[in-house]
Ligand binder design. Structure first.
Ligand code: ATP
Length: 514
């Protein structure tokens, strides 16, 4: 079998996700809300499996991390202390002709990528034929000049964005010919959703839907540390919804207004930040690779422009169908959050270190992953169009079996002669342990194709021989080969192939080696 199309297009992924019950546009019968999506019957199972794998890896397997579930609505002072009310802004500009809205930093990044980087790449291709390629690339005056230009624009952009100098930012965009007179003014947009708490107008107060789950962890630091009797270093993890009024609504579930984060804040002694930052970078990358995803689809991108709370930050980037983009952020947040919450709340958020015999505000290393982006990375990586040896083709979702939404489909070969009864019996026994499907309509070939499309790793068929030998045929999704297995061994077979224990053992190995 060969893959017809290595680079499956985003449009195909979106239509497959919809056609097979993974993801639907939200409120579709009313024409939908932009950048808001619903997970369908298989989508929710896959998403829950990813969530479970993260939770078990980060909480269940570690004695130094515990999990919480804080509320979405929080006191507005939390967002003042965290800096979100003042600093969680995007600068936006509208193209008056097309009415499309654009983020300023993305416009400049795209300009660098599409113009300067392209020129650098072309110059490199020309030099590529020479016998000492690397030497010439390093010393070519054209490439040196282009790299300098790139660096200068980046530096200029960071400086202007930091100082919020809107007039000069617009001049830079005009100078680089990114925009012209047909563009509107630059606007500052706060990304948080505001709502009201209280019944009557005079008693209502403004609150915000949380734009990240992290602050629910910081505000509970003392509660968790004391009640859990946690000693530094230790972590608090949580999974939950976050809301951002994103300007750009494209790239499917990559950028949504309502999405889910899986975050862990690791509290450490001050000045141990470098050690733990590199520890968590390493662990989190290996977590993705344990799912069997190709390491060439991942890379780190260190931040040159740091957020107001960080002294170091890196993104784990994944090669989505639209290029390398952020999947997870690892941030060294210093003591910024706890110190500010201590200041705003006037409650002590210090830790007494019994070994060092002193009090301090802990430093924090954060791992912040987007559940929906992980879903998209695994889904797009697994979706293949394959050419079969008989000349036909198939569409198959080669999900890691341990996180596939449906673990096995049970079919009677025909819908008569006692075969459905045996198949239903198998279904009733296995459903206690796994999500499985019973299907008796259509030909076996069509039933196989449907299960391929939703990523079911095994199809179990009850045929006439089963009546006498109590065996069934198991068909493997990826190889399409079959094997006879006794009905009484089916549970064990599935356990050996799809149980999450298989993945968790890999994670234990990673923890033991680091
Ligand atoms: P980006 O630069 O892409 O806007 P970010 O740096 O603002 O992302 P963080 O604030 O670090 O993102 O959030 C942590 C993680 O949450 C991200 O790595 C990403 O996986 C996820 N995430 C952030 N914003 C969104 C969104 N609008 N939709 C889906 N996932 C998101």
């Amino acid at each position: 079998m060969s893959h017809i199309n290595e680079n499956i297009q985003l449009e195909f992924i979106i239509s497959h996700a919809k056609a097979y019950g993974f993801i639907f546009p939200s409120s579709e019968i009313y024409n939908g809300l932009s950048a808001v999506y619903d997970y369908g019957q298989y989508g929710v199972l896959l998403k829950n499996n990813i969530k479970n794998f993260w939770w078990k890896s980060m909480v269940q397997l570690r004695k130094d991390i515990i999990g919480i579930d804080s509320a979405i609505m929080m006191d507005t002072n939390i967002w003042k202390a965290s800096g979100h009310i003042n600093a969680f802004n995007d600068l936006m500009i509208e193209n008056l002709n097309t009415k499309s809205k654009h983020k300023i930093d993305i416009l400049i990044e795209e300009y660098i990528e599409n113009k300067i980087q392209k020129e650098i790449n072309n110059a490199k291709i020309i030099l590529g034929n020479s016998f000492n390629e690397e030497y010439f690339i390093k010393n070519n005056t054209n490439i040196i000049a282009l790299n300098l230009k790139k660096k200068k624009i980046f530096e200029q952009m960071f400086k202007l964005l930091k100082s919020n100098n809107i007039a000069e930012i617009k001049s830079l965009l005009i100078e680089l010919e990114i925009i012209n007179n047909n563009w509107g003014n630059i606007q500052k947009c706060n990304l948080m959703f505001k709502t009201k708490l209280g019944y009557t107008d005079d008693k209502q107060i403004d609150i915000y839907l949380r734009p990240e789950t992290a602050q629910g962890i910081f505000s509970n630091f003392s509660n968790v540390q004391k009640t859990g009797r946690m000693k530094i270093p230790f972590g608090i993890a949580q999974i939950g919804k976050a809301f951002r009024n994103e300007i750009i609504a494209r790239q499917f579930i990559f950028r949504m207004k309502e999405f889910e984060q899986m975050e862990m804040q690791f509290f450490i002694a001050p000045h141990e930040d470098k050690k733990w930052f590199s520890y968590w970078k390493n662990i989190r990358l290996k977590w993705y690779l344990s799912l069997g995803l190709d390491k060439y689809y991942f890379k780190f991108k260190n931040h040159t422009k740091l957020a107001h709370y960080a002294n170091a930050a890196t993104d784990i980037e994944y090669k989505f169908p639209f290029g390398f983009k952020e999947l997870e952020g690892i941030h060294s947040r210093t003591d910024f959050d706890l110190r500010n919450h201590q200041k705003f709340s006037k409650k002590k958020l210090q830790y007494y270190d019994p070994y060092k015999k002193c009090c301090y505000i802990p430093y924090v290393i954060e791992t912040s992953a987007g559940l929906d982006r992980i879903f998209l990375s695994i889904f797009s990586y697994s979706l293949k169009k394959e050419l079969l040896p008989n000349g036909n083709s198939r569409i198959v979702l080669k999900l890691p079996p341990t996180i596939a939404p449906i673990k096995a489909a049970i079919f009677p070969l025909v819908n008569k002669d006692g075969l459905p009864e045996i198949a239903i019996n198998i279904f009733n026994k296995l459903k206690l342990y796994y999500n499985i499907i019973y299907e008796e309509k259509e030909s076996i070939g069509k039933r196989y194709r449907r299960q391929d499309a939703i990523g079911t790793p095994f199809c179990i068929t009850v045929d006439y021989e089963s009546l006498s030998d109590n065996n069934v045929t198991i068909r493997f999704r990826d190889s399409m080969l079959s094997k006879r297995v006794s009905i009484k061994n089916l549970k064990k077979f599935l356990e050996n192939h799809i149980n999450m224990k298989i993945l968790l053992k890999k994670i234990i190995n990673i923890y033991n080696k680091n």
